[in-house]
Ligand binder design. Structure first.
Ligand code: BES
Ligand code: MN
Ligand code: ZN
Length: 507
């Protein structure tokens, strides 16, 4: 899918003759009416007086302007979009209101098959104009997304027509607008890339696809890409990744993509679970809904996609992304319950359930990445446990770790990006549940606190390195309903990581 063209313009809204002229308003802001440019004051006043438009979030009013008089509009349609109620003290909420408004505009444009838009930027209490623009753009581009690669187009009645062009007209000085536009576009593009990867079926997006994508990014942005194949993994004794891959005929890959800012800069290591299809293995999952397990690579997709923003923006922090990738299949040489594997670094593990495979491939990646790159901190993202859905539903990502400073940064980054997280405890007691009588540890801790015992497993492989784990099993798809998150994979985590890196200060 091609992205709409985004153009900053000083042209008058009245002169726009395209499909949809858009104005956004905060709720109950009558004084805004008089500031409204062009000849829409009358229309807006009437709509407000009648109570047909309040400016609350997801409030939309579509009008057909009359082409008469001096101040008449040439646009085919006029849209008022609500920004919700102001709260000048809550910046994150204001940013999110802009995204949601952007998403609603996109939904309406898609419904109307409106290709050419003109957007008059609103003033939003508590935000700079460039932030308003950034989030509106993010919302529009994320809301305008569909995955139709495998659907034959119906020529007579296309199910979806994306926006082609958006002209954007500022209100204020125009300061920082280019920056805001680029930031919004890059973040949205990266999240859309992650959605594309996730939407691909298990036979369309394989470990090799991750490797190819990483190579392409490396070339485009002058980053370094290394891909470990099965032979390398054997030589390095990565028993987790090899073990999970044993039942599959699809070759595994450990994809490493490195962005170097400078020698002096700190290093962040990102690890993403790239399980391209999770059948459960010998501990086979029930059939109903198993197709959703093609999304089990969303952690890897988020980590790899966010690297395209890093490559483009060149922040002053080194970022290393590692995606351990395989599918989890029950072939005849598959891992069996009772088997014992040996992870990279030497920790042995008793396999109780072959469906607890995510932690096995992450353990190797964490141990390897930490030893090789000596990062100042590590963040991993994984669709790791069904249990996190029981605890937090589809509204928040589970967050655990061994370093409160890093956790706080992620909580803040998630809040600011509209991808909220919630911290769960990770006391020592939980690791009692993964003690094994025959190996160093075992790969499940029973039903109680499934999300935490999974994290306790990962913790064994990070040593003292500041580390945080994001369990995105509840948010990677079926994410909380929002105008800018169409059904299917959400791309969650991408914008949180982008925000973490953009706002990086010495750790
Ligand atoms: N990929 C799944 C986790 C998952 C389940 C994500 C449902 C999204 C929706 C993971 O590999 C898994 O199967 N975890 C097991 C662990 C259990 C066997 C200890 C689970 O959560 O049931
Ligand atoms: Mn599993
Ligand atoms: Zn899995």
């Amino acid at each position: 899918m091609i992205l709409p063209k985004l153009i900053l313009t000083r042209k008058k809204p009245a002169s726009f003759s395209g499909d949809l002229l858009v104005y956004c308003f905060e709720q109950d802001k009558k004084e805004r009416v008089k500031e409204t440019r062009a000849g829409v004051k009358k229309e807006l006043k009437k709509a407000i007086a009648l109570g047909d438009f309040k400016g609350s979030d997801s409030d939309l009013l579509l009008l057909y302007p009359q082409a008469s008089g001096k101040q008449s509009l040439s646009a085919k349609r006029l849209l008022f979009a609500g920004l919700g109620k102001e709260d000048a003290d809550d910046t994150s909420a204001a940013l999110e209101r802009c995204r949601c408004c952007g998403g609603s505009i996109a939904e309406k444009a898609v419904e109307l098959k409106a290709g050419k838009l003109f957007l008059c930027l609103p003033e939003v209490e508590g935000l700079k104009e460039e932030e308003v623009l950034e989030c509106l753009v993010e919302g529009i581009l994320l809301g305008d997304y569909r995955f139709l690669k495998y659907k034959k187009p119906d020529k007579k009645d296309p199910p979806f027509q994306s926006i082609k062009e958006i002209q954007i007209s500022p209100v204020g000085s125009g300061k920082g607008l280019r920056r805001g536009l680029l930031r919004g576009r890059r973040a949205a593009e990266a999240a859309r890339a992650a959605r594309d990867m996730a939407n691909e079926p298990g036979n369309g997006w394989t470990p090799t696809s991750f490797a190819r994508y990483a190579h392409t990014l490396a070339k485009e942005h002058k980053m370094r890409c290394t891909v470990l194949d099965k032979r390398d993994m054997k030589a390095l004794k990565m028993g987790g990744l090899i073990g999970v891959n044993q039942g599959s005929s699809e070759p595994p890959k450990m994809v490493v993509l490195e962005y170097r800012a400078s020698k002096k800069a700190q290093t962040i290591l990102l690890v993403g679970k790239g399980l391209t299809f999770d059948s459960g293995g010998v501990s086979l999952k029930p059939g109903a809904g198993m197709e959703k397990m093609k999304y089990d690579m969303c952690g890897g997709a988020a980590v790899l996609s966010m690297m395209q923003v890093v490559g483009a923006e060149k922040p002053n922090v080194n970022v290393v992304a590692i995606i351990p990738s395989t599918d989890n299949m029950p072939g005849s040489s598959a891992l069996k319950p009772g088997d014992i594997i040996c992870h990279y670094g030497g920790i042995t593990s008793e396999i109780i359930n072959t469906d607890a495979e995510g932690r096995l491939i992450l353990a190797d990646a964490l141990a390897y990445g930490i030893e090789k790159y000596q990062p100042d901190c590590v963040v991993d993202l994984a669709t790791l446990t069904g249990a996190v859905i029981l605890g937090l539903g589809h509204h928040r990502t589970g967050l655990l770790g061994n370093n409160q400073n890093l956790i706080n940064r992620l909580l803040a980054a998630g809040e600011r990006s509209g991808e909220p997280l919630w911290q769960l405890p990770l006391d020592e007691e939980y690791s009692k549940q993964i003690k094994s009588t025959v190996a160093d540890i075992k790969n499940t801790g029973g039903r109680p606190a499934g999300t935490i015992t999974a994290a306790a497993y990962l913790q064994k492989f990070v040593g003292d390195t500041p580390w945080a784990h994001m369990d995105i099993a509840g948010t990677a798809w079926d994410f909380t309903e929002k105008s800018y998150v169409p059904k299917g994979p959400s791309g969650t985590g991408v914008r949180t990581l982008v925000e973490l890196v953009r706002s990086w200060k010495k750790f």
